[in-house]
Design a protein around this ligand. Structure first.
Ligand code: BTN
Length: 246
């Protein structure tokens, strides 16, 4: 059974967060698998690690997809990998070569062009719903650290909706990658990962700074870094990259 991404399309002028809107639909029991909620503006847009996500009205793409996973809870990382792979393909259609900065940031030429926020809903020990929230800078790059946009990179303006249509097409067309061989999906994600094979500086939660080389991810989705010649794994909240590297 396949999901039709975009089976229901809800377009809002303004909302607190499209992820919240999707969560409310699910809670009310009236959400269809594959529903897309897009907003011109968010009053309380959320990013990863408790950050906020801000965007000028109608300039950029902000949407969430409510999706019923067809794989077990232990493989919940599939959606993060798949959505990132599809972003790389999608932005290539707009002439951009992107890298994924683990876990889920989309980078072009060393600058962030977008991000992904996935929220999971469980029923008992089953993965019942995933909410895939994406924010892509189409025509405006927030002046915050190292952000860029499709416009800044290509000199061309696009409607956010145009980018979304391409993304949904690609998401729908390649579901065999999402639901198929787990290690193949992992390998495809690792190919999308940037900043590999170079010495980078990382900061651990306790403030310790160290150098290492990104190797890839493990089956839990943790970052694997070669530190002092040995592979070490780190969870999402455990480390952050320090830019620029020395
Ligand atoms: C990040 O880079 O930290 C992730 C950003 C995710 C932002 C999107 S915008 C649409 C959806 N609704 C939200 O509140 N957040 C996501």
């Amino acid at each position: 059974m396949m999901t039709k991404f975009g089976s229901v399309f809800i377009q809002l002028a303004s909302v607190d967060s499209t992820n919240n809107y999707a969560a409310n639909l699910i809670q009310q029991g009236c959400c269809q698998d594959g529903s897309v909620i897009m907003a011109d503006y968010q009053t309380m847009g959320r990013g990863q690690r408790g950050n906020s996500w801000q965007s000028v009205s109608a300039a950029n793409l902000m949407f969430s997809i409510a999706f019923q996973p067809k794989y077990p809870l232990e493989e919940q990382i599939r959606l993060a990998w798949y959505s990132a792979i599809i972003w790389q393909q999608c932005l290539l259609r707009f002439g951009l070569s992107t890298q994924i900065k683990w876990p889920n940031d989309i980078y072009v030429q060393g600058s962030k062009i977008g991000g992904i926020l996935i929220e999971q809903q469980l029923k008992g020990s089953q993965l019942e719903w995933s909410i895939l929230g994406c924010g892509i800078n189409v025509n405006d790059a927030p002046e915050l650290q190292q952000a860029t946009s499709i416009l800044a990179q290509t000199g061309r303006q696009f409607k956010p909706q145009t980018v979304l249509t391409e993304y949904l097409d690609l998401l729908n067309a390649q579901q065999q990658i999402l639901n198929g061989d787990f290690l193949k999906l992992k390998a495809l994600f690792e190919e999308c990962m940037g900043f590999r094979n170079q010495l980078l500086r990382f900061e651990k939660k306790d403030g310790l700074i160290f150098e290492g080389k990104i190797l890839g991810v493990n089956v839990q989705g943790e970052l694997q870094v070669e530190v002092d010649g040995k592979p070490v794994s780190f969870g999402n909240q455990e480390i952050r990259f320090l830019f620029p590297s020395a």
